[in-house]
Design a protein around this ligand. Structure first.
Ligand SMILES: [Zn+2]
Length: 509
């Protein structure tokens, strides 16, 4: 099957044109891009898409999200990570979500992603306390049905939470600590068995699904688990997808628990490699940045989530200079409230400027466009398959109208995309050569029916979740104190953008 997009403004983000816009054609044969250039001439029996007043670019990559938060959008605010986690990921847990809701939840992620011009997601979902191949299969099934390209994993933690936070054993009363005691933790070997079964069952399905490895964070996993994760990720050539240095509390965690930063800890274990993908990387030191550059690893910057949880601003320019790949992510729909990468592009570009007055170092639209496309693909270990429009790559692309108020008059299309577009110009989404959204409508699934079912079924689940939240509220003062004490610790690093006094009585941050 052949499709020709003729006479469009094209941003290829790779190949001979690089990230310079040009007017031309794209020929798609089956799943792949067969030709791209200024004028491809007659192409026989290809079905034609008129590219006039249209912009064609690679589909966006959402390098980091948690589908497990999808029912919590519009639910929380005004909480730092350590406090918010108590409610979004309760310590005193709920029973596992029923399978139909698990499916609907993943389907909502797929719908919101595709309708926002995202063609690849990296979903790091949590499903405590279970680790089930069948339930993982439910998540994969949703993305398979919707037509999305997805790297999927269920994140693993095998250290009790109070041992992963600075000061926690000292601050949390013993009677509350007792509530969290017990429960066997999975070993590296057991997790490896689970992951190998997941690779066998799902990896490579439909030409667009991959299983990846996700130890939640270095301080949340034992050394044997981190080593098993690294070995598997390298052997299967998939990301070792983890969270590092999102908050000031985590910047205090490394020195408190290991006598070194969390990045140096990973490096000393020998697990900081090219396929390591680090969500956040806000509180990295200059030494950390150098180690990350040496490793050629990737960072997924979650600009909106980091602002919502008050985490700070990542030093993206320094990371780029060191040779680290930058991708963009929304993080979960609870710490962000949408899965719109267009929003993250805009915020990432803008917020970086408030981290310093040297405007020669600010990020530009080209930096952001690369992060949203080929950088994202690289962070997902998929740069040979997607992330740019090049001959031989999978046809993962989006078409936007430019005869609207967003692009009229047209200056530099890259700057329109970063600073003016929000996804409203999106007309068509193609993934793996298949049109999955046309004229704003999903072609593979009945969106209205899924939304109707979710509106009917989810409120009871959220009601039960409210009761879980109430049970966990008892921990809040102590987690707030962990956050407060960490923010007061001088570590010679400041990634907060503003100058709000840190706490009453404290010196200005
Ligand atoms: Zn995350």
């Amino acid at each position: 099957m052949k499709t020709l997009i003729r006479g469009a403004t094209i941003l290829a983000m790779g190949g001979p044109h690089g990230d310079e816009p040009f007017t031309g054609d794209v020929l798609i044969e089956d799943e792949r891009i067969a030709a791209i250039g200024p004028n491809l001439g007659p192409t026989g029996d290809a079905s034609l898409i008129d590219g006039r007043d249209r912009l064609v670019m690679p589909g966006l990559v959402n390098g980091h999200l948690h589908s497990s938060e999808q029912f919590f959008k519009g639910r929380y605010e005004k909480m730092p990570l350590e406090v918010w986690l108590l409610y979004a990921y309760p310590l005193l847990m709920a029973p596992p979500i029923p399978e139909r809701l698990l499916y609907l939840r993943s389907m909502l992620v797929a719908i919101e992603s595709i309708k926002g011009g995202v063609t690849t997601i990296c979903d790091c979902f949590f499903d405590p306390p279970v680790l089930s191949i069948e339930r993982l299969g439910v998540v994969f099934a949703a993305y398979e049905a919707a037509g999305l390209r997805a790297n999927v994993t269920n994140s693993i933690i095998n250290i009790p939470v109070l041992d992963t936070l600075p000061f926690a054993r000292e601050i949390v009363p013993v009677e509350l600590q007792a509530l969290l005691a017990g429960g066997a933790m999975v070993t590296g070997a057991a997790y490896a068995d689970y992951c190998e079964a997941a690779f066998a069952a799902f990896d490579g399905k439909a030409g667009r699904l991959r299983y990846m490895i996700s130890p939640s964070a270095p301080q949340r996993c034992t050394v044997d688990l981190l080593e098993a994760c690294s070995e598997m990720a390298l052997r299967h050539r998939v990301p070792f997808h983890t969270h590092v240095l999102e908050t000031k509390t985590q910047a205090v965690t490394g020195p408190e628990l290991f006598g070194k930063t969390l990045i140096r800890y990973l490096r000393d274990l020998g697990v900081l490699n090219r396929n390591v993908t680090i969500a956040h990387s806000v509180w990295v030191s200059d030494d950390d940045i150098a180690l990350m550059g040496d490793a050629r690893c990737s960072v997924v910057y979650n600009a909106i989530s980091n602002q919502k949880l008050g985490a700070g601003v990542a030093p993206l320019r320094r990371l780029l200079d060191a040779g680290v790949t930058i991708a963009l992510g929304t993080d979960g729909a609870s710490s962000n409230d949408t899965l719109r990468i267009f929003d993250v592009m805009r915020v990432a570009a803008l917020v970086h400027a408030v981290s310093g007055p040297d405007y020669s170092r600010w990020l530009g639209a080209e930096d952001i466009m690369r992060a949203a496309t080929i950088g994202g693909a690289r962070s997902a270990m998929l740069e040979e398959e997607t992330g740019s429009l090049e001959v031989g790559k999978r046809a993962d692309l989006i078409v936007l109208r430019t005869d609207n108020v967003v692009f009229t008059p047209m200056n530099d299309p890259r700057k329109h995309l970063v600073y003016a577009e929000n996804g409203s110009s999106l007309e068509l989404v193609m993934i793996n050569g298949e049109i999955v959204l046309r004229d704003g409508k999903l072609t593979r699934i009945d969106e209205n029916e899924i939304l109707r079912e979710a509106r009917e079924a989810v409120p009871a689940y959220l009601g039960a979740h409210s009761r879980i939240e109430e049970k966990n509220r008892v921990f809040e003062p102590y987690f707030a104190e962990i956050h407060r004490r960490s923010t007061l610790r001088d570590i010679g690093l400041n990634r907060y953008a503003g100058d709000m006094p840190a706490w009453p009585g404290a010196n200005r941050a």
